[in-house]
Ligand binder design. Structure first.
Ligand code: PBG
Length: 332
């Protein structure tokens, strides 16, 4: 069905752009704080924060500060917070044992948030990189990032996070078969109500650079992640990865990075009709912060425009470091 469009001058689209009221009447998408998931970085210690230099405005926070931040986020109407740990050097090992310790930073933060702000959903990250001596998401044997042994470790990590009270698990590791393995283990352990938001279409992107600084993995990372993350040139591969993860029991899926991959967001939304999220990653955030610090971009306008773009592309929500700033602006 092709739309009927009257010829000019009967058709003057500018009639509906003439003032704010008319524009509001015909606006097709909305952005609210409920569309946002806030990724935060956790560090050891008490009552302290450390700025992340490549992400101006972002700090790593101790567990007690994370709990306070979660409470503030909930008050702003942000429905979920996503946890990433900055692991001490001595806890980064070849066997990655800290990844499934009930007392690692993530699991302590989950419990602290559940105490302080039970109304906010807690999402986690499942991958070995914050605990791995060589910065990879899986175990390294020689030159290889091994798959199946890594999946066994990811399952242990998932169960520890579910035990600590996580609402949503976010496997970001890109190993094959991990969604099915985690889902089966959750069911067997009585965690049938814990949701999985799979990093399904995760590309091997250079936009993750500042994040790796934030979790202290940049220096550690040997080589790159191209043997497990998706080639940025590939669209079909990404769609197959989403189909596979949904088939294995993911409740929601993610496309990552965000703005450079909006075509994938739209296609995932149209083809799979599952809740679809995008991750506006650290490098995307850093670009906006850097350009606005130089006076080259209008920070607030670009922030809102970029977040709205995800809604227009069909996303149900966005993981974004802008979440608190955007929520404040949207609420004002
Ligand atoms: C690690 C992980 C990464 C991000 C989220 N989880 C980095 C990577 O894959 O190297 C990136 C997030 C960002 O850049 O903001 N499994």
């Amino acid at each position: 069905m092709s739309p009927i469009i009257a010829p000019f001058p009967a058709n003057r689209p500018r009639r509906l752009r003439r003032n704010a009221a008319l524009r509001a009447m015909v606006r097709e998408n909305t952005l609210t704080p409920a569309d946002l998931i806030w990724p935060v970085f956790i560090q050891a210690g008490e009552n302290a924060e450390t700025p992340v230099p490549s992400m101006p405005g972002v700090t790593r926070k101790t567990v007690d500060r994370i709990a306070i931040a979660a409470k503030e986020a909930a008050a702003l109407g942000i429905p979920a917070i996503c946890l990433f740990p900055y692991t001490a050097q001595e806890d980064r090992t070849e066997d990655c044992a800290m990844a499934w310790s009930p007392d690692n930073l993530t699991n302590r933060a989950i419990r602290a948030i559940k105490d302080a702000a039970p109304e906010i959903a807690v999402m986690t990250d499942i991958a070995l990189d914050p605990y791995n001596i060589n910065g990879h998401d899986g175990f390294v044997e020689g030159e290889t990032i091994v798959n199946d042994r890594t999946v066994e470790a990811l399952v242990k990590m998932a169960l520890a996070q579910a035990d600590a009270g996580a609402d949503i698990l976010g496997p970001s590791d890109m190993m094959d078969g991990r969604i099915g393995a985690i889902r089966t283990a959750l069911e067997a352990a009585g965690h049938q109500d814990v949701a999985i938001l799979s990093y399904a279409a995760k590309f091997a992107s250079a936009f993750y650079g500042p994040f790796r600084d934030a979790v202290g993995a940049s220096g550690a990372l040997k080589g790159d992640k191209k043997t497990y993350q998706i080639d940025p040139a590939n669209r079909e591969t990404a769609l197959r990865a989403v189909a596979r993860d949904v088939g294995e029991g993911a409740d929601m899926v993610m496309v990552k990075p965000g703005l450079p991959y909006l075509d994938i967001c739209r296609e995932v939304r149209d083809r799979f009709e599952v809740p679809t999220f995008a991750y506006q990653v650290s490098g995307e955030y850093a670009m906006v912060q850097a350009a606005s610090a130089n006076g080259w971009l209008d920070h607030d306008a670009v922030m809102i425009e970029s977040l709205m773009a995800f809604k227009r592309a069909g996303c149900d929500g966005v993981l974004s470091y802008f979440a608190p700033a955007a929520a404040k602006l949207l609420n004002s």
